[in-house]
Write a protein that binds this ligand. Structure first.
Ligand code: ADP
Ligand code: MG
Length: 396
């Protein structure tokens, strides 16, 4: 019966989400890693949409807390299964929607695994980024007699509120080709601005925009992006977990008969690690990084929750990250956040704060101004659940 309650909870939740708009939250639990003692996990009762976290007394106030999201993927869920639940959202880009997919969580919880895959990539372990583009190629090929699509990508990194172009060939921004061999020089010039382009107020970074027509193009670009990121990592002492990286896909489709043009864009974002840094212990660069990360992640949370509450003012301008993502957060844009958690007992503090952040992003606030409307929505939902239940009962 506990299972039943959870099940109903999730259904209600998904119905509310449908009414609320286009923000989805999927939670993914990383497995224990090879070589790690296979101890108890803090994550229990994982089913389609619910998860319960147990805090052992040693790590804080002992207790259990349950969370409900649109989906919860347990540790044995494969990359292909995760993608299957993401695919419809991704395909909507070809219909002119703007989509934003984030990976959120503490360092080591599996963000890069979900978005890109592990470092020893195989066909099976390819992440969402590659699968998304390969799916877009597949569908655009199927539609090619009706709509002709152009697909191009950008890849940038945001570090300490500065935006860097990761697709500059050999570290060269096409705008500054003279600056080829000096690492220092190119590093300085690779910083790019986020420009408000003329169309629809789209915020586009002034970074290389590279047309892609095949999955091998995409793999080459991703390799270049990772190489460029690695260069800065050695220079700056592994900062990949302290920067956000963003793969942006721009799609333009032209209807072959009417000539009508549609545009869609998709941001695929591997966020900086969300772990709290003890301010008393960090100094200098590390403190600066931590401050910027906190600022941008909470700016992101503020933007998403003010969108969810349909506030008239959305605080996009509070960070480079939200500025960059402005066109694919809000309006008719569809947003998906993958929240990642680690199963280890000693990570339970971070796990709970990650899930609380996710809850804040996804939970409807019953503000007084909206209470009326939501009151009737919830009534409607309860009726729907009742009819679903009786439909189920008839089946049994
Ligand atoms: P993050 O990007 O959040 O810092 P990573 O994606 O690098 O974390 O994951 C940390 C380690 O755990 C990597 O070795 C990664 O391959 C592994 N890992 C993460 N998620 C999974 C998963 N779902 N299945 C198998 N291994 C995983
Ligand atoms: Mg990572």
């Amino acid at each position: 019966s506990y299972q039943k309650v959870l099940e109903e909870n999730r259904k209600l939740y998904n119905l509310v989400q449908d009414l609320k708009g286009n923000i989805r939250v999927y939670c993914r639990v990383r497995p224990f890693l090879p070589g790690q003692p296979n101890s108890l996990s803090t994550a229990e009762h994982i089913d389609d949409g619910n998860i319960t976290i147990t805090t052992p007394s040693k790590y804080g106030k002992e207790g259990k807390k349950s969370f409900t999201f649109n989906k919860v993927f347990g540790p044995s869920v494969t990359q292909a299964e995760v993608f299957a639940d993401t695919q419809p959202l991704i395909r909507s880009v070809l219909d002119g929607y703007n989509v934003c997919i984030f990976a959120y969580g503490q360092t080591g919880s599996g963000k890069t695994h979900t978005m890109t895959g592990p470092s020893d990539l195989t066909k099976e372990t390819l992440g969402v980024n590659y699968r998304a583009l390969s799916d877009l190629f597949l569908i655009s090929e199927q539609r090619k007699d009706v709509i002709s699509y152009d697909i191009s990508v950008q890849m940038v990194e945001i570090y300490n509120e500065q935006v860097r172009d990761l697709l500059a060939p050999d570290g060269v921004n096409k705008k500054y080709p003279f600056c080829n061999h000096s690492f220092l020089c190119s590093f300085m010039l690779l910083l790019v601005e986020i420009k408000n382009s003329s169309q629809k107020g789209f915020n586009v970074p002034d970074a290389n925009l590279v047309p892609v027509t095949s999955t091998s193009d995409v793999l080459n670009l991703m390799n270049l992006g990772h190489k460029n990121r690695a260069v800065s990592a050695t220079a700056m002492n592994d900062r990949s977990s302290r920067s956000h990286s963003c793969l942006t896909v721009h799609v333009q489709g032209r209807n072959m008969t009417s000539g009508a043009v549609l545009r869609g864009s998709m941001h695929l974002v591997d966020l900086a690690g969300s772990e709290r840094v003890d301010k008393s212990e960090v100094l200098g660069d590390r403190l600066k990084e931590a401050t910027h990360i906190n600022k941008s992640l909470s700016a992101l949370g503020d933007v998403i929750s003010s969108l969810a509450q349909k506030n008239s003012h959305v605080p996009y301008r509070n960070s480079k990250l939200t500025q960059l993502l402005q066109d694919s957060l809000g309006g008719q844009a569809k947003t998906l956040m993958f929240v990642h958690i680690s199963p280890e007992l000693n990570a339970v503090g971070e796990t709970l704060s990650t899930l609380k952040f996710a809850e804040r992003v996804s939970t409807i606030e019953l503000g007084s101004a909206r209470a009326n409307k939501e009151g009737s929505d919830v009534k409607e939902l309860r009726e729907q659940i009742a009819s679903l239940k009786s439909a189920l009962a008839r089946k049994e």
